[in-house]
Write a protein of this length. Structure first.
Length: 201
């Protein structure tokens, strides 16, 4: 399993901002570690998603010569907990960029509403070649970045009854969410694919 917490980069404005997608799936091995028995995703790992998007924006702006690491975070707000089947919009903006550091901000939105906000993230810029081969980082960005890829549409959360989550928890790799359609003969489901999936290793 790879620790990649950004599943798609949709927009990349050199040196200024980036937007992307994070999918929440039953396939995440850490889903049960936050609140055992309750399928919610850890806010800490969600924060890592925003941090990685910011990192990719800075790495690309610096021509794959640096690796940003957040050392100070002035503010952090968490107001929601996504569940399997949710698709999150990630946004990152670079306020300033110097040879050794950067100042950035990040937001995670669920159904168009912010659920995590990072304010004034101070990043120290390490030499990338000392931590990761630059060519590997270039390949990762090439795989993640599709310019103009549609961002998640704002829509109300899909209604899911407790019995559905319990019955599908044991078969988590097949579907992430069952959506009620009001038609007993029709069933709709969601399956999210993430960059951490073993099939991408």
């Amino acid at each position: 399993m790879r620790f990649l917490m950004v599943d798609r980069i949709c927009e990349l404005s050199r040196g200024t901002s980036a937007r992307g997608i994070k999918n929440i799936s039953w396939d995440h091995e850490f889903l049960d570690e936050y609140v055992p028995g309750v399928p919610v995703f850890s806010p800490v790992l969600l924060t890592e998603s925003a941090a990685q998007l910011i990192s990719w924006a800075i790495i690309e702006a610096k021509d794959f010569t640096v690796k940003p690491v957040i050392t100070i975070l002035d503010s952090y707000v968490c107001t929601g907990h996504p569940r399997p089947g949710d698709q999150l919009e990630l946004t990152g903006s670079i306020e300033s960029l110097s040879p050794e550091s950067a100042l950035a901000h990040g937001t995670i939105l669920l159904n168009g509403k912010p659920i995590i906000e990072l304010g004034h993230a101070v990043c120290y810029l390490y030499p990338l070649q000392e931590l990761d081969p630059p060519e590997r980082a270039r390949r990762q960005v090439e795989n993640l970045y599709i310019a103009g890829h549609p961002l998640p549409a704002a829509q109300p959360p899909a209604p899911v009854g407790p019995f559905v989550e319990q019955s599908f928890a044991s078969r988590r790799r097949w579907l992430d969410r069952i959506m009620e359609t009001g038609d007993s003969a029709t069933l709709q489901g969601i399956k999210n694919v993430t960059a951490t999936d073993d099939c991408f290793n």
